[in-house]
Design a protein around this ligand. Structure first.
Ligand SMILES: [Zn+2]
Ligand SMILES: [Zn+2]
Length: 464
């Protein structure tokens, strides 16, 4: 049915390796796989529709104990046809039905431009909206997928922010409906371990993560465990109601040793940071889409609910004070607060008002290490590693000088300024430093990445 992949070429590749042929086959195969997946989804949807109608027509004799037997029977037929579970068949049929209302997305999928994961994510993110809004979202999703090198999560975040901007009431309804997905489970894993999985409201998720990180941060550098083990230990300690974590460094003078006084060890600081302009919590329409640091866009109704919650009210008062005390960067991180879900609401206009650069290097430009406010600005605008399709968060990234600072002639370039700095994870920092990929940052802070040998190029953009 489709042109597909040249299997002889794959055989040749196994006997005589070639990077060029491997690249071509991998790209062809990805495209063919996408087209086959689209054909499967569409056919599964049609099979369900036809069998549903046929079973419905003949079901008169069946009692109510069979429920919607036409749907059940048709779904089971799709499952047995494909040799998959009924729940998997239900997912495929659901996608086919959603794509009936998203013909351009379906065409991109069928054309091989998009894989099933991305198509499913886009369809489920936008399919509850009114037709006019949905059309706009569909067009933008296809454009972003084709023209940017966004990771799956970045694309989803962007679409969710757009959904909230275009239709805040629907976004609030979707959030409330999604509450049914909340869960907490512990499942057996291999080698005597268990996996914990859950779905909680965004602000609670951020709070859990921040509390675990705070507790991990009390361990000294000599603790030999890897970061994941430390997080697992911290999570268990919190579940047990413990306020300290024993350091495994073995040093007598370790401040985190298990017999040290505990009161000083638990830092109490801002846990969850909400960004919204001042009118939003008061119930008016703000000029910016609110978001939670480390999570992404949230709907204004949630901001209002948080602002009305007793533990959040104090923060709103604090914010007004913070505005009069802080500079353009707005939010103050690491503030000391009583424990609980604490946030900070920031004025978007204030935050985005930049200063006019003066000629010559601005203050701090010739110092290699960026100031804290510059670090905050870069983190706030990039929010993840700036390499194509990478989604490593700021705490896994370093601030990279796109053009290295020349220590022998600092004024000559490679300054420590906004348009020469970007977040990069360790892996992508290394491939850049090793010269495998060349990065060129443009005045709008977009970065074009070009492969040294193949010339393959991608452009990534800051989130703000
Ligand atoms: Zn220690
Ligand atoms: Zn990266």
């Amino acid at each position: 049915m489709f042109a597909g992949v040249d299997v002889t070429g794959v055989d040749d590749l196994l006997s005589s390796p070639s990077a060029r042929i491997a690249t071509e086959i991998a790209q062809d195969a990805q495209r063919s796989e996408n087209r086959c997946a689209a054909a499967k989804v569409i056919a599964a949807g049609r099979l369900h529709e036809i069998r549903f109608a046929a079973i419905s027509a003949g079901e008169d004799g069946l009692g109510p104990q069979f429920g919607n037997i036409a749907d059940k029977g048709a779904t089971v037929e799709v499952a047995t046809t494909l040799g998959v579970s009924t729940s998997k068949a239900t997912t495929l049929i659901g996608l086919a039905i959603a794509l009936d209302a998203l013909p351009d997305l379906r065409a991109a999928f069928l054309n091989g431009d998009m894989d099933i994961y991305r198509t499913t994510m886009i369809a489920t993110t936008i399919d509850t909206h009114e037709p006019i809004v949905r059309k706009q979202l569909e067009a933008e999703a296809i454009r972003l997928d084709a023209e940017t090198a966004m990771s799956h999560r970045q694309l989803r975040d962007r679409l969710e922010a757009m959904c909230i901007e275009l239709d805040p009431e629907q976004a609030a309804r979707d959030r409330e409906d999604f509450a049914e997905q909340q869960d907490f489970r512990v499942k057996p894993d291999r080698h005597g371990h268990a996996v914990i999985a859950g779905c909680v409201p965004a602000q609670d998720g951020r709070e859990i993560e921040a509390r675990v990180a705070d507790l991990v941060a009390t361990l000294c550098h000599g603790d030999p465990r890897w970061i994941g083990q430390k997080r697992a230990a911290a999570h268990l300690a919190l579940i047990r109601g413990e306020t300290t974590l024993s350091c495994w460094c073995g040093a007598d003078d370790c401040p985190s040793a298990s017999d040290a006084p505990s009161a000083e060890l638990v830092p109490v600081r801002t846990l969850v940071v909400v960004h919204a302009d001042a009118p939003t919590p008061a119930g008016h329409v703000g000029a910016m889409t609110p978001w939670i640091d480390g999570h992404g866009a949230i709907d204004p109704v949630l901001v209002r609910r948080l602002a009305a919650d007793a533990t959040w009210q104090e923060m709103y008062g604090d914010t007004l004070t913070a505005h009069s005390q802080t500079s353009a960067s707005g939010a103050r991180r690491g503030r000391r607060h009583p424990a609980g879900t604490i946030g900070c609401i920031r004025d978007g206009h204030r935050q985005t008002s930049g200063h006019t650069p003066a000629p010559g290097p601005p203050p701090g430009a010739l110092t290699y290490t960026p100031s804290q406010s510059l670090r905050d600005w870069i983190t706030d605008h990039d929010q993840h590693c700036r390499f194509p399709f990478c989604n490593q968060p700021p705490d896994a990234c370093e601030i990279d000088h796109q053009i290295p600072l020349d220590h022998t002639d600092p004024a000559g370039g490679g300054w420590t300024i906004r348009i020469n700095l970007a977040l990069l994870c360790v892996l992508h920092h290394h491939v850049k430093t090793a010269g495998l990929w060349h990065a060129h940052m443009h005045p709008d802070r977009s970065i074009t990445w070009t492969h040294r040998d193949t010339g393959a190029a991608f452009t990534t953009h800051p989130v703000r």
